[in-house]
Ligand binder design. Structure first.
Ligand SMILES: Nc1ncnc2c1ncn2[C@@H]1O[C@H](COP(=O)(O)OP(=O)(O)OP(=O)(O)O)[C@@H](O)[C@H]1O
Ligand SMILES: [Mg+2]
Length: 274
């Protein structure tokens, strides 16, 4: 039997979902700057595979793969939503409607109702911001190193909280909410911040911007569940925590999937079983 492979060639990472020899879904990931490694992996492991691609860099990858076989392309948002639905159906939680935020290089926000979906908006704040701002502020360029360092960081000197401003006043909103991300650096003239603190602050920007956008669209569409996906969340407990606590505080239900960044690849793979 020919192996089937779904590939999501994203702005930063190329994700692969495929059925292994035990008929289990398996996953693989490469940098999108390493398309030759994607080709080598396919040529060495699954030379006769039927491939389906999605993602913004799908056309570039197709040229690279240069096979005689037809490689169908699925629109990224369709593939991603199908991948999310598949994962939700396998779990016990199957909301009728949900907001989906894909925190990739940038962030795209969608609503899924029954089996239809629509893009509602997005922001340029995403995983690329974590890597880029992280690198600009600390010189650290490796994602794992960035999330490891940020784990030990403190945001007290970096951010301004509502309670910092409303010191002796009655609080109009919860005091622990961030009033200004990174505002503390200039307001408090803090110059004793460590790289860990700065990286924790960057995680704060990403988590709070994305979560607050999602909360607002969830309110506008009367939806309770917000599914956060994208490889930016992979092994990144701090970002998950920031997103989770803010979403819960605003009385919405945050959902994280096991295979954070693979929804697009799963959707492309499933195209064969339709
Ligand atoms: N090994 C890694 N190398 C680089 N980035 C990583 C790595 N692991 C996790 N990341 C994070 O994942 C982000 C990319 O997420 P994802 O794979 O979902 O996006 P993408 O599909 O490449 O981009 P887009 O969907 O916007 O085109 C990076 O910006 C980075 O923050
Ligand atoms: Mg993507």
């Amino acid at each position: 039997m020919t192996t089937r492979i779904g590939i999501d060639a994203g702005g930063t990472l190329t994700k692969i979902a495929y059925w292994d020899e035990f008929n289990e879904m398996d996953f693989k990931r490469f940098r999108s700057s390493d398309f030759h490694k994607v080709k080598d992996w396919i040529d060495s492991n699954h030379p006769n595979a039927s491939i389906c691609v999605t993602g913004g860099r799908a056309e570039q990858l197709k040229k690279y793969l240069n096979t005689n076989k037809e490689i169908p392309y699925i629109v990224e948002f369709d593939a991603t939503m199908n991948g999310v639905m598949y994962q939700m159906q396998r779990g016990s939680n199957q909301p009728k409607a949900a907001i989906i935020a894909n925190i990739g290089t940038g962030t795209s926000i969608h609503i899924m109702q029954e089996s239809s979906h629509k893009r509602l908006g997005g922001t340029g704040i995403g995983g690329g911001t974590l890597l880029g701002l992280g690198m600009a502020l600390t010189g650290i360029s490796d994602f794992d190193e960035i999330i490891n360092q940020s784990r030990n960081g403190k945001r007290t000197a970096i951010d301004v909280l509502v309670s910092d401003i409303y010191k002796d006043n009655k609080l109009p909103i919860k005091g622990t909410l961030t009033a200004s991300n990174f505002g503390g650096i200039s307001l408090n003239n803090s110059n004793n911040t460590s790289p860990s603190d700065l990286l924790a602050g960057v995680q704060g920007i990403i988590g709070e911007v994305v979560a607050s956008l999602c909360i607002q669209v969830a309110d506008a569409h009367h939806v309770e569940d917000i599914i956060y996906i994208g490889t930016t969340l992979e092994d990144n407990e701090l970002l998950q925590q920031i997103i989770e606590s803010y979403t819960v505080l605003k009385l919405k239900k945050p959902i994280f999937l096991d295979h954070h960044g693979y929804s697009g690849a799963i959707g492309a793979l499933l195209e064969y079983t339709k």
